[in-house]
Design a binder for this molecule. Sequence first.
Ligand code: V47
Ligand code: SF4
Length: 389
Amino acid sequence: MTSSIDTIINNTVDIDLKNIAEKVKQKIRISDEDGLLLFEKGSLPFVGSLANYIRELKHGDTTYFNRNFHIEPTNVCVFSCKFCSYSRLYAHKEEGWELSIDQMLDIVKSYDGKPITEVHIVGGVHPKMNMEYFIELMQKIKAHRPTLHVKAFTAVELDYMFRKAKLSTEEGMKRLHEAGLDSLPGGGAEIFAPEIREQIAPDKVDASGWLRIHEVAHNLGMHTNATMLYGNIEKYEHRIDHMRRLRELQDKTGGFNTFIPLKFRNHDNEMSYVHESTITEDMRLYAIARIYLDNFPHLKAYWPMLGRENAQLSLAFGVNDIDGTIDDSTKIYSMAGSEEQNPKMSTEELVTLIKQVKRTPVERDTLYNVVKDYSMVDFPKTAFDTNLN
Ligand code: V47
Ligand code: SF4
């Protein structure tokens, strides 16, 4: 019997693309040139079927989600990234929000008795919210709910915090980790290539600083995620450059869990003149990321950014995780123009979304330990469900 990878190889006429498919079959890592070629010449069905082959080898039909909520301590930010619709400068702080430790703790307490496994804490870089403030926050969250996994702070927030506290990255990370920080989210990576980064995020931590912070976290045994902001002014070569740097660090530490491409949304920011990428380009990017990043275990489509039906579609293009319940607790993407203005999905909705495309829904914790396999669980049909059946 011919396997799916042999069918792809046999049906591919272009010799370069055929060679890439052969490499995938032989489990040979593709080169940067191959990656670029996929962006330039790879049709959606070609890259999609290769990515799906890899996804099924790694995870079968398993598709992960989690039960989580976000806390955004502030949207006041000393930086002014051109793509950001969310932040307000300190000079205009009355237009933004600043949460006290008690307010954030009240948010955590509002989930008492609910089966949430993760809180995701990120926000703007506020000049008055310093290391001590966040250490106290971590300690109080853990004192209240020790088993809640705290995934918090982008490398941008951490870089600013450590520099202000005059601490080395190692010392700063150790202190936060001891206070209760469990892992790092992937934000702040944007695009590493300096010629693009200088145009869209000129004043915050650069590529080597971002990578170093994640490396230090990995060396302490923490896991982290990695993102890439795409569909902005970068070119294909910059996407490959970005993923190459991540792949190299992952070879060294093995500390990354998930790669999360973040589609540029153009509402109400200084780059609103840039058109958003098409769904075809989005799906091609997921697929190429799955093929290129052979050492990343997981590929996530963050549904509040992409929209729930596009996240569902991405499960055919290499994606095996769609993030969580969110509970309408983040504003980053609603302010940037996402269709999901109040991002919130129940477990039933997430499970249904995944089952509708014949995948197996599995609830995970942040570190991808299985919390519950929903393959045998049938929920009563909802309006959302019957609309699509
Ligand atoms: O770093 C901001 C991005 C990131 C826009 O690790 C924008 O599990 C597109 O990193 N268009 C923060 N993107 C969000 C983030 C994240 C989200 C979900 C899960 C995880 C995880 C991490 O949001 C920022 C920036 O790259 N961003 N504005 C915009 N207009
Ligand atoms: Fe600040 Fe982050 Fe927005 Fe940049 S992307 S302006 S660092 S909140």
